[in-house]
Design a protein around this ligand. Structure first.
Ligand code: ADP
Length: 443
């Protein structure tokens, strides 16, 4: 089966960059990215310097493919009907209420998506899970699709996204592997082949792994859990280094030089963030508990507990430096995104650390190169549970760093961006501030 028309529901951090790269590499396929949020679609169709997702290299890809074979649209019904292959890349946050609250994935967006696909499809479709999902979600999706349609065959594939934010475009260009999970039936294998053929336009065949659906779903959760585990392992050791006088940077290098361990993901930090790591581990923990594997659940849960410990430890260190009282202190917070080179601040350690310092009495001046003022304000309102307007005399969000007033008591860097270096040099060499502390977990 040759696919000529694909669509993707969800134009966020996963759907946007992934579809842009598919369109770039497959000019013979029409790719339409859909979203329920009209503002988002408008922004994807707008100027290249204010696309909804910031990723190095993304604007160039969009520039080349948009209007040629890449389209962004609100017409969900019409585009579902036309597509032979439909990707689902909607958000799957952790449930906040009901059974599994705080742990299980909230599948309401995925379910809404499945209802739409069932409603608007008039011919057979290949439906692809792109978002991270709990194991066996494909069954639920199939159930919704089959119960809400007649005489249409839906084939569900799992094709989880492994891109790292901040290097998404490069990751999509040269994936370590592409994973495609499908049913073992003949129609399942035909659908797998149709998707393999798309990726084979730019990914070599040996990097395209095909599995059954559940292996693919679980591989995504397990990969993220193991990556996060490395961060928590090195972060737990950073706490010990600070007590013993060992240097975490030297330790990371020494550990990572062992080829069995390898050097990647061994940088100490204030903790991991992003929409996936915590959510995926919680999903894994929930799954283990469901199957009665309490020891396995506890083991993975500790990866998150160390992450929480590290964030708190960092904030507490600042509080201790000022003798437990931050009243009247002005702290410059540098870096709000959960890591360098993204405008995504979901689960960012900066949100937690700043809240801790603010609640201890500090006034904060906040700067991030890519996260917009509006996003910072909405993070503050959602997670600190305060009204920004009512606290704005103690909270200042900067548009530019170079013009920042140096009349501050210390700098805290939850997320380091290389462009801070020049400013930090100026700060350290200014006569009035040269002995004022800069708090960061160096790597
Ligand atoms: P991710 O990081 O997984 O890509 P995002 O939150 O960045 O998550 O993007 C998910 C997108 O999916 C959002 O832009 C949201 O508006 C969109 N979305 C969620 N549910 C639906 C739906 N039922 N139909 C269309 N779009 C949806």
């Amino acid at each position: 089966m040759e696919v000529k028309n694909i669509c993707c529901i969800g134009a966020g951090y996963v759907g946007g960059p992934t579809m842009a790269v598919i369109a770039l590499k497959c000019p013979h396929i029409k790719v339409t990215v859909l979203d329920a949020n009209p503002e988002k679609i408008k922004a994807w169709n707008g100027t290249l310097d204010s696309l909804p997702v910031y990723e190095p290299g993304l604007a160039e890809v969009v520039k080349e493919a948009r209007g040629r074979n890449l389209f962004f649209s609100n017409d969900i019904a019409g585009n579902i009907e036309k597509a032979e292959m439909i990707f689902m890349a909607v958000n799957t946050p952790t449930k906040t209420e009901g059974e599994g609250a705080g742990m299980a994935a909230d599948l309401r967006y995925i379910e809404a998506c499945a209802y739409d696909i069932a409603k608007y499809s008039k011919s057979d479709k290949i439906v692809i899970e792109k978002s991270t999902l709990p194991v066996r979600t494909a069954e639920k999706i199939k159930d919704i699709l089959d119960k809400n349609s007649t005489n249409i065959h839906f084939e569900i594939l799992s094709n989880p996204e492994f891109l790292a934010e901040g290097s998404a475009i490069q990751d999509l260009f040269k994936s370590d592997r592409v994973l495609i999970g499908g049913d073992e039936s003949e129609s399942g294998q035909q659908a797998v082949k149709a998707l393999v053929d798309i990726y084979a336009n730019w990914i070599s065949k040996e990097k395209i792994l095909t599995t059954n659906v559940w292996s693919s779903e679980l591989a995504k959760l397990a990969s993220n859990a193991m990556l996060a585990q490395r961060i928590s392992s090195i972060n737990s050791l950073s706490a010990l280094c600070e007590k013993t006088g060992a240097d975490i940077k030297e330790l990371s290098k020494a550990i990572g030089s062992d080829h069995r361990i390898g050097p990647h993901f061994l940088n100490a930090s204030v903790g991991f963030g992003g929409s996936c790591f915590q959510k995926d581990i919680l999903n894994l923990v929930y799954l283990c508990k469901y199957y009665g594997l309490d020891e396995v659940a506890d083991y993975w849960h500790h990866v998150i507990k160390i992450n929480d410990f590290q964030k708190k430890r960092f904030a507490q260190k600042i509080l201790d430096y000022f003798g437990g009282n931050l009243n009247g202190k002005v702290i410059l917070i540098l870096g709000w995104a959960f890591k360098e080179n993204t405008n995504d601040s979901r689960e960012s350690p900066a949100i937690y650390v700043s809240n801790y310092l603010f609640k201890a009495g500090a006034s904060l001046v906040i700067f991030d190169p890519k996260v917009s003022q509006n996003n910072i304000i909405s993070d503050i309102e959602n997670y600190w549970e305060i009204k920004y307007k009512e606290s704005s005399e103690n909270l200042l969000i900067l548009d530019e760093l170079e013009t920042a007033n140096l009349n501050i008591d210390c700098i805290a860097i939850p997320t380091f961006w290389s462009q801070f270096e020049k400013f930090l040099l100026r700060f350290s060499s200014d006569l009035n501030t040269y002995n004022k502390p800069i708090f960061q977990i160096k790597n």
